[in-house]
Design a protein around this ligand. Structure first.
Ligand SMILES: Cc1ncc(COP(=O)(O)O)c(C=O)c1O
Length: 392
């Protein structure tokens, strides 16, 4: 059978591949996936709201629901958007199957085959997987500690008439952990307005801040409706629900409704209602405070081992939030080869090249600190330090 052209360039995610190898190894320590700490999921509270829901409102919870999502949850999400300085109501919210589906729907909405999406270099590799089936190109623009290099962005836009969308993760970016300054955010918006290009603002990690002030979201600074804001309950509650959202202008949400209907009719009604009941019965901030305090400790433990035991050639970024530490090694080190050695010692990470639109930068790696417990972080990082000492 002949497959569609869109299948040509699809390849498995490096994160999932490392995850599969790790899953087959007993006692392995994984710094690969961007997984939350499972022991911190509020399982008992969710058990209570689930039982109550089934006892009192099973007929609605198990029924089909609206394409844009469960109305009361859309309202709650609109309220949550005020934390980002965004004034929104239910008409500005489309609930999606995680923010991953929001990436696909936004690509569908703005890009024709052959069009280009501009991404940070490096960026979330799962986004590349979301873009690829739509037969679009993606181009990386270099970033520094303050965000995307705006001059280079403008050059790329000028030389790429097919550029229709810019995808950015301004808070505690995946994979680098960096946060954009306010100035860069404003500059990005100015460019998007000047060239009439849509922005996809992915804020998967914004609530996981361990230090520093909250910087206004792009959406809150957006005066021309250019920003599609992507949010998610995956990192602040649990990813298993698969509930995320798009916040955009009401007329854009009407278009998302058409796409969402074709994609899957609607999100899982039951999990939307579970989340709604949870938000109604418990304090989300209290839960976020619990996970933040543990992740901060884990981050600090990871950084301590890096500082004390890693070779001095290993340069890393200290993240003020999120789930990842990004590390660059001397140029002659290939981290895909290093991963093979590291997996022999039962330690996983994601090679940095996977996060570059063009696969460049093979001497970097991404380390997750949210998923493993404190002891495993120290143990695994000490083993990784030895792997590095032996191989660089
Ligand atoms: C930057 C970023 N965006 C989106 C996602 C997708 O998350 P979800 O679909 O679970 O909301 C992830 C997952 O790790 C991510 O890191």
């Amino acid at each position: 059978m002949k497959l569609a052209n869109r299948m040509k360039d699809l390849k498995p995610s490096d994160i999932r591949e490392v995850g599969k190898i790790i899953a087959q190894k007993t006692g392995a320590i994984s710094f690969a996936g961007g997984l939350p700490a499972p022991e911190l999921f509020p399982a008992e509270k969710l058990d209570k709201v689930t039982q109550r829901l089934l006892q009192t409102n099973a007929s609605e919870a198990l029924q089909y629901g609206p394409t844009l999502g469960y109305g009361p949850l859309r309202g709650k999400i609109a309220e949550l958007m005020s934390r980002e300085g965004v004034v929104a109501n239910v008409n500005n919210i489309c609930i999606t199957a995680g923010s991953q589906q929001a990436l696909s729907l936004t690509t569908m909405m703005f890009l024709n085959p052959g069009d280009t999406v501009i991404v940070e270099n490096p960026s979330y590799l799962g986004a590349f997987s979301a873009f690829q089936p739509f037969e679009v190109n993606f181009m990386g623009v270099d970033t520094d500690d303050d965000g995307m290099d705006i001059e280079k962005l403008e050059q790329v836009i000028k030389s790429t008439p097919s550029a229709k969308l810019i995808y950015v993760i301004p808070n505690f970016q995946n994979p680098t952990g960096r946060t954009w300054t306010l100035e860069r955010r404003k500059q990005l918006l100015a460019i998007a307005n000047k060239y009439d290009i849509a922005i996809m603002e992915d804020n998967a990690y914004g609530e996981l801040a361990y230090e520093g002030e909250r910087i206004p979201s792009l959406k809150s600074l957006d005066t021309e409706g250019k920003v599609m804001y992507l949010g998610s309950f995956s990192k602040i509650l649990c990813p298993g629900f698969r509930v995320g959202w798009i916040c955009a202008e009401a007329n854009q949400i009407e278009k998302f409704e058409l796409l969402k209907y074709g994609a899957d009719l609607q999100n899982n009604q039951f999990s939307q209602m579970q989340i709604y009941e949870f938000l109604n019965s418990y304090d989300l901030d209290e839960h976020i405070a619990v996970i933040k305090s543990e992740y901060k400790i884990r981050r600090d433990l990871m950084l301590k081992v890096i500082e004390e035991k890693f070779p001095s050639e290993a340069k890393y970024i200290r993240p003020n939030g999120g789930m990842f530490v990004w590390m660059e090694l001397p140029e002659h080190v290939n981290t895909r080869e290093l991963l093979v050695k590291s997996l022999e010692k039962n330690i996983g990470f994601v090679p940095g090249g996977s996060f570059y639109a063009g696969g460049e930068c093979e001497n970097a790696l991404r380390l997750n600190f949210s998923n493993m417990d404190r002891e495993k972080i120290v143990e695994g990082m000490e083993i990784l330090a030895q792997v590095l000492r032996d191989n660089i």
